[in-house]
Design a protein. Structure first.
Length: 307
């Protein structure tokens, strides 16, 4: 894959923003021991408007909340942003049992005495990292209250019984959320107000085809389009309520095409990557009908690739 800065230039991102990001990276060097935390993207996010909004917000010292449906590229963009700024990243996956100590840190017994064991938010704050809060609205609001002072103008964290730390100047937090996942809840208003919110647009056919070309250069133009249209068909069925969001699995589609590369028949690969993840027999049959309309049952893996 091309360098991410070259990718941004090809996308037509503002040269002034790219230059500011490079200056930010140059003036905030990363310690050697943390360089392994700087993400190396497997995918790039496509979308000039969203890229420019996100870069501008982070350069202004703001934290980002990326809100959108499944398969809109929230986590891809979050990883890309950490990569282009050259920042070490801490990935924090939220769940209903998350508490303040899981974020900030807790006491631990080491070498015969009680010591503080830093949590991911504490480590990120001290190291000038990018903290990526995955599905932030999965956690209880009372657990998230500990983040308020870190995310607003104060930029501090009080560690009960230990110290009060000030966030490094280059620390940023990027949260993602999807209202349609099971277990999600309304985000606390006080917490939401501490983020700049970007509504992530749905993936277009054009951008999906670009992604497929980037990941599978030898995929024939015919089947690049067919797999793209298949995903769009599934997306429409999900929007109309005929299928649940489980069927709209972009990772699964990419996995299926990877399996085709290894010689797995096309429909078997699609079943392994997408269909078999659905356990409702009616929905599974409907999804199979959608696939039958686009992809022949007899199609061989070798037929979808050039050469």
């Amino acid at each position: 894959m091309k360098k991410i800065t070259d990718f941004l230039r090809d996308e037509g991102i503002s040269p002034e923003l790219i230059q500011e990001v490079q200056e930010f990276s140059a003036t905030h060097p990363v310690k050697e021991g943390l360089k392994g935390r700087i993400p190396v993207p497997h995918f790039y996010y496509y979308g000039k408007k969203v890229w420019e909004e996100a870069l501008a917000a982070l350069l202004c010292g703001k934290n980002l909340l990326l809100a959108g449906e499944k398969a809109t590229g929230k986590n891809v963009l979050a990883e890309n942003l950490a990569a282009v700024f050259g920042r070490p990243a801490w990935d924090i996956s939220f769940h209903v049992n998350m508490d303040a100590s899981s974020l900030i840190g807790t006491d631990t017994f080491r070498n015969g005495k009680v010591e503080f064991r830093p949590g991911p938010v504490y480590s990120c704050a001290c190291s000038g990292g990018f903290g990526i809060f995955d599905e932030i609205n999965m956690a209880r609001n009372e657990a998230l209250a500990v983040l308020h002072s870190a995310l607003d103008f104060r930029r501090v964290i009080d560690v009960p019984g230990y110290e009060r730390i000030t966030l490094a100047d280059d620390t940023r937090f990027i949260a993602t959320m999807n209202y349609n996942y099971a277990g999600t809840r309304e985000l606390n208003e006080a917490l939401a107000s501490r983020f700049v919110v970007i509504r992530m647009p749905v993936l277009t056919l054009e951008d999906l085809q670009r992604l497929l070309r980037e990941q599978f250069p030898d995929l024939s133009s015919k089947y690049n389009k067919q797999f793209g249209l298949l995903f769009m068909d599934i997306q429409k069925k999900c929007e109309s309520g005929e299928l649940t969001s489980k069927a709209m699995d972009l990772r699964g589609l990419l996995d299926a095409i990877s399996l085709m590369h290894k010689g797995i028949p096309v429909r078997d690969a699609l079943d392994l990557g997408v269909t078999n993840k659905i356990f409702d027999s009616y929905e599974q049959a409907l999804l199979s009908d959608v696939m039958n309309a686009r992809i022949s049952m007899k199609l061989k893996a070798s037929e979808v690739f050039d050469g």
